[in-house]
Design a protein around this ligand. Structure first.
Ligand SMILES: CC(C)(COP(=O)(O)OP(=O)(O)OC[C@H]1O[C@@H](n2cnc3c(N)ncnc32)[C@H](O)[C@@H]1OP(=O)(O)O)[C@@H](O)C(=O)NCCC(=O)NCCS
Length: 157
């Protein structure tokens, strides 16, 4: 994704209900400045449906500034959730982060965000650091579990 794909991401966010945006962004509207910052500081990939509409967005960026750590942002449109899309994209982002030399993938989310916490715990060894109603999850990239997609021949490009 580059700044040229901005309109695709705007359309994607317009389809995400408030609760979904709230969990990803901590607010119910994504402002133009948010997108500018995201595209400037993070590497992003999208998931497309059969009609080539964006149904998911995953980003990694060294936002926290912790050496060797990269932060994950992940969002899947409601109608495509619980079908493994989030796991595939998070796995892709984790593989890319590891290939770039990062040792840890971090995610900051609500302690009640069961789907995200389950997803991260299934990727590899995690450490959860509770911060009030939030939790920071640290995933050790050198301990990533096997990518089951490759054993089915459905490897991510
Ligand atoms: C978190 C999110 C990205 C997961 O995407 P997804 O495509 O549904 O994820 P998957 O289908 O790969 O499922 C991942 C795990 O969550 C579980 N899960 C998914 N939806 C769930 C739900 N509504 N309730 C309980 N568990 C759920 C799945 O069962 C799976 O766990 P399992 O492998 O142990 O069975 C998606 O729910 C989302 O976009 N949420 C809003 C934004 C957000 O919370 N982002 C995270 C902060 S950056």
């Amino acid at each position: 994704m580059t700044a040229a794909d901005r309109e695709l991401i705007v359309a994607f966010h317009q389809q995400c209900p408030a609760a979904n945006l709230m969990r990803r962004w901590g607010r119910i509207r994504v402002a133009p400045d948010d997108l500018t910052r995201l595209l400037a500081r993070a590497e992003c990939w999208v998931g497309l449906d059969a009609g080539e509409q964006v149904v998911a967005l995953v980003c990694i960026g060294a936002v926290s500034g912790v050496p060797g750590a990269v932060d994950l942002g992940l969002q899947v449109i409601d109608r495509c959730q619980r079908q493994g899309v989030g796991t595939v994209l998070a796995r892709h982002a984790a593989d890319r982060a590891r290939a770039r030399g990062f040792h840890t993938l971090t995610a900051f989310t609500q302690a009640s965000n069961t789907p995200m916490l389950r997803l991260l715990d299934r990727l590899g060894p995690t450490r959860h650091i509770r911060d009030g109603p939030y939790v920071e999850v640290r995933l050790a990239l050198d301990g990533l579990g096997p990518d089951l997609r490759s054993s089915t021949g459905a490897a991510w490009p």
